[in-house]
Design a protein around this ligand. Structure first.
Ligand code: TXA
Ligand code: MG
Length: 310
């Protein structure tokens, strides 16, 4: 059962308690309702993808209560400082170089070296983020492919029973997801959204670039990380010289989930790939069931195994 929490001290405390214990809590922001989880806990983040039925591990936006907390999570260049100063809290997500010391789980960023950060302009969201005292990863709180929710009622219509709680804060005033900008040498618009592009360009005194052809859709650039070693999928055993990344009750060098739990496997995926990659040997991977989170895991493994330019 999904708990419906009211916008009270008790409701906020309960929401924070659930988030700190690997729970999934939908909460209002000024743009849309987010489906929150502790961004430092890979298992909690894996549960987001499971609840949404997302077939890919898109990078998630990390929500923080204020600019100071954001500075501890990513490196801000001059343009990012200026935009955050002008528009935070607000409907702007900045994609910035991640600070590894921030402890963000690789699954949150789809293992990218960057992180999308946002300080929402909603009193309940900021209060909840302060109480939780962890960075909170949150995509829109709807099943994958469905319309983003702007009320607790919408959230429940899509996700009732699949998430731990929804904090009911009424209707979202903006009703459209945040605008996403990556700074760096060429400030780039990754997604138009609730903050007008003109306002961002006026603040920077320059036009925003369109994403390059390698980014066909938001989240697609998640396909960058591939291990240096070749990867062989659907392997029932390791060939000589290979290391085996197992799934289920088999002997393996590392196992995504000895019990065959897809949430656990998703949480372990990037950690285990990095660990095996460090051994500089070809990697064989057990078959993963192609349902639930298994689809996202297989999507990611196929990209990692695909032929790549040397
Ligand atoms: O208004 C919003 O942005 C809402 C509320 C809940 O904050 N959140 C939201 O999240 O719309 P979502 O998951 O629907 O959008 C996340 C998108 C990804 O698909 C990707 O395009 C972009 O944010 N993103 C996040 N991190 C990124 C990164 N490191 N690099 C590039 N894009 C990133
Ligand atoms: Mg969405």
């Amino acid at each position: 059962m999904t708990e419906i929490l009211s916008a009270t001290e008790a409701g906020l405390d309960r929401a924070a308690e659930l988030l700190r214990a690997c729970g999934l809590v939908a909460f209002p922001t000024e743009t849309v309702y987010g489906l929150g989880a502790d961004a430092t806990d890979a298992r909690a983040v894996a549960r987001i993808f499971e609840a949404k039925g997302r077939p890919q591990f898109n990078p998630l936006i990390v929500h923080l209560p204020d600019f100071d907390a954001a500075r501890g999570t990513a490196h801000f260049d001059d343009a990012a400082e200026r935009l955050a100063g002008a528009f935070w809290p607000g409907a702007l997500t900045l994609v910035l170089p991640l600070k590894p010391s921030a402890g963000i789980a690789p699954l949150t960023t789809a293992d990218l070296p960057s992180v999308g950060l946002r300080v929402p302009d909603h009193p309940l969201a900021r209060d909840l983020l302060r109480r939780t005292d962890r960075p909170v990863a949150a995509p829109s709180a709807n099943p994958s492919g469905r319309i983003s929710p702007t009320s607790a009622h919408h959230v429940l219509a899509g996700l009732n029973g699949r998430i731990d709680a929804v904090l009911d804060g009424g209707t979202c005033p903006v009703g459209l997801e945040s605008t996403i900008v990556a700074t760096g040498p060429t400030p780039t618009l990754l997604r138009p959204g609730g903050l007008p592009v003109e306002a961002i360009e006026a603040c920077l005194g320059t036009r925003l670039a369109a994403p390059g052809p390698e980014i066909t859709a938001p989240g697609q650039q998640a396909s960058h990380y591939a291990p240096a070693a070749p990867l062989r999928l659907e392997a029932t055993a390791a060939h000589p010289g290979e290391t085996l990344l197992g799934f289920g009750p088999i002997a393996a060098d590392l196992n995504l989930s000895p019990t065959g739990d897809l949430v656990e496997a998703a949480a372990n995926l990037f950690h285990h790939l990095h660990a095996l990659d460090a051994r500089h040997q070809p990697i064989a991977v057990s078959p993963i069931p192609d349902h639930g989170l298994g689809r996202a895991i297989n999507d990611r493994l196929r990209r990692a195994a695909a032929p790549r330019p040397r």
